[in-house]
Write a protein of this length. Structure first.
Length: 312
């Protein structure tokens, strides 16, 4: 039975390329490896740390994360700050030049304090990746789009991972958060035509009902009526990042990250009773997930303010 896993490789560049073959590349670069019937997709936030959203989006795509610690520099510190608030299982890959005691002091009190650790050894990492698989999430289908492009004679093609349920050819789905409905013309998984794709598989989907320039990262393919949507997102309370040094409060101009969506937003309210965030354009989300507030203009320290759970 085919299995798949998507792994975010963060903290240091040029490691993912040693573990897979380069595929789609933008501010996120994807690398692929297939062993027998096990497909591995590695996501590298290529433009991080210059840009913060690619790190957030790489983690949103992932079933597992590898935190590569080759030196105790800003990329590692900022990755630790967001991983402390994230739920993605994380393994720390430690270079022999970095002391265990130094890393331990940085991780003390965080979610990563007890995270699995392994030495920086490529054969060992390949073996680890081959043992990981995406969890099966039952329910209505959900595919988060990370890239899209036109194909001559085919039309609009969206790339993404099936995060929930099973995607089938000829499904009619909403292109959230837009009002458009589209039909799945065809599905490919690692360049192989398929009639359906299961949870965790990375797909290329030919869509009828939308042009390629109408597709964007962050959009979600899901049946009509299954996701929440709008510009006002209410939830909370806000769980602040322990390392954030800014002073974001009510009225602050921030960015809201929901899945792969990262949009400008205003923090209307943040207190013990909860959070109200108003985005500058519609967003979509599923109740029970997390939203993240980003401060991309903070002069020092990590650019993650905190997280909250939007209401359904």
């Amino acid at each position: 039975m085919p299995t798949s896993v998507t792994v975010a490789v963060v903290g240091a560049p040029d490691v993912a390329k040693e573990l897979g073959k380069k595929g789609t590349s933008s501010d996120l670069t994807l690398f692929n490896a297939v062993h027998d019937e096990h497909a591995i997709t590695l996501v590298e936030p290529t433009q991080f740390p210059e840009k913060f959203p690619p790190l957030v989006q790489a983690l949103a795509m992932a079933d597992q994360a590898l935190l590569i610690v080759r030196e105790l520099a800003r990329p590692v510190a900022e990755a630790i700050a967001i991983l402390d608030l994230e739920t993605v299982p994380t393994t720390i890959v430690l270079d022999p030049t970095v002391g265990e005691a130094d890393l331990g002091r940085i991780l003390k009190g965080t979610r990563l304090e007890g995270a699995p650790r392994t030495a920086f050894d490529l054969p060992q990492l390949r073996g680890l990746l081959e043992r990981w698989a995406a969890p099966t999430v039952e329910g209505t289908v959900e595919v988060g789009i990370d890239h899209a492009f036109p194909v001559k004679g085919v039309g609009a093609v969206a790339l993404g991972v099936v995060r929930r349920g099973t995607l089938r050819a000829h499904d009619r789905l909403r292109l959230y958060p837009t009002p458009k409905e589209v039909e799945v013309r065809s599905i490919q998984v690692h360049d192989v035509d398929r009639k359906e794709a299961g949870c965790g598989e990375r797909v290329g989907v030919s869509l009828k009902g939308a042009d390629a320039d109408e597709l964007a990262r962050g959009q979600v393919l899901a049946p009509p009526g299954t996701l929440q949507e709008g510009t006002s997102v209410v939830g909370g309370p806000l769980e602040r990042c322990r390392y954030y040094r800014g002073d974001a409060g009510p009225g602050a101009s921030l960015h809201l990250a929901l899945g792969l969506q990262v949009v400008p937003a205003r923090l209307e309210a943040a207190g013990p009773e909860g959070v109200t965030v108003v985005a500058d354009r519609p967003v979509a989300w599923r109740a029970g997930t997390f939203g993240y507030l980003l401060d991309l203009s903070v002069p020092a320290g990590p650019r993650i303010v905190g997280r909250f759970s939007p209401k359904g």
